[in-house]
Write a new protein. Sequence first.
Length: 552
Amino acid sequence: MGTLWVLAFGLAPLLTAGVGLAAWRHRRDNPGARALALTLAGISGWSLACAWVLAPLAPGLRAAAYPAVFLSVGATVAGFWGLSRLVADPRWRMTRRTGVLLGVEPVALAVLSVLPATTDLVFGRTDLTAPTGAVMLVGGPLFAAHSLYSYAFIAASLLRLVRVARAGAPLARRQAVVLLVSAVPPTIGNVVMTTSMRGDGVVDLTPLFFIATGLIAGWAVLRAGLLEVVPVARDLVVETMTDGVLVSDRAGRLVDLNPAARRLLQLVRPDDVADPVGERFAALVGPTLLGAVLPDGPAADGTFASGHAVVQVSADVWLDVQTVPVGGRGHRGGRLTVVRDVSTEQRREADLRRLNAELAEHVATVERLRAALAEEAVRDPLTGLHNRRHLDRELDAAVAAGGTDPVAVVAVDVDHFKSVNDRWGHAAGDAVLCSVADELRAAARAEDVVARVGGEEFVLVLAGADAGAAAARAEELRARCAALVHAVPGGSTALTVSIGVAVAGLPGDAGPEVLARADAALYAAKAAGRDRVVLAAPGATPADVTDVFSPS
């Protein structure tokens, strides 16, 4: 029978160690895997230590298992306590200080259990000379203190798991239930064993109860995916959010905020109090921010509607603020405000708008330059009037669009212009041409086209002017040019102009034909003595031109 006890105690570590190794493989993905592995390692050591005490060994060798018992129990208690903490709060991590404090008690008991002066206080009446499998453990006062210490941690862990199983997140509840089910058998067995030590002693069967723990935990880890998904607490998510989260009650007081919200409050109020919790929400965020999100303010009952806005709180800071009511049981209990710093995005948008404006300005400048270049291409550089290219295009268009409306062409030539260049030089001649051009421009209507087509020759296109109106306009131009006095080196001079007029009126008339008739009339005016206007009849050749308007 004694050998069977030894074999039974040897079975528990095979199961628990195997499950512990499986849990240890998850240590990189799940902090709880380390705690579970520590728990199962403690169970394995505890069971092996009990097997050692029951084994057919000399009393001195059996006593050597005492330290292993307390160290293993300490590891089991610490691992289970840490596992319960992680299931309740995944943010929790065991610090070095906590680990040292948890290890002080089992290490102390391990040392005291082998010291001659204190061994009796731990296992004072335990007979290590008993046959194999018949050693009965009898606890002393230090063992009782050790039991109470361990039970305090186990009870705290079980209560924590019960709370999680009742009110935790769904995944956390499932994990807590699995751990509770796996922990109940060895806990009950250990309580029975410890209370039985007051008599003649008892064989510590607790490790055998841990076979159930190993089987349940093994199924949970290897088959049910206990460690596949790590539950994340809601407050952990909020605490690590980069968006600021603020919660205010129905009275408008700030009741909670995350670290990101504290940083954003410093942007709004650099002189903010050290702990804003309890302060008035409106005073913290300021009227600008609050009014933009909730322009109507709070309702009579202190509750708020939803609101959203992007607000510029300083020269370089923009905040995206959204607030929604949060409810209690059938009523609104306050509001949740989420704030995001969108300064970078706003600056990018501002830069983009500025670049778009600059681009639009550049495009407008290019268009102006293009238009200026296009205009310069059809302008006479000396007088500023249009050139022959522009005249041909406009004349063709006017004649083609005229239909039943007349279009007149007036050809103007400065009389005896060559003598000006010969007597006073080309600069004086250029000045005369500019003066004549100015006079023609001043007398023209907005819809008229005035162009310089040769050295001293100009052409006007008069849309809507019949023969009589065109001849009258031409006579007016002749008189105005004759009245000009031109300054020349050493004095002044007056010059006359000869003018030929033609009106489009024949079927199939085009610009070149009308201009040719005006030129023919101009030559006739010069041949008739200059300083006069000659009107060419429709279809007339230069030899047929006879209508002459002479100076009055």
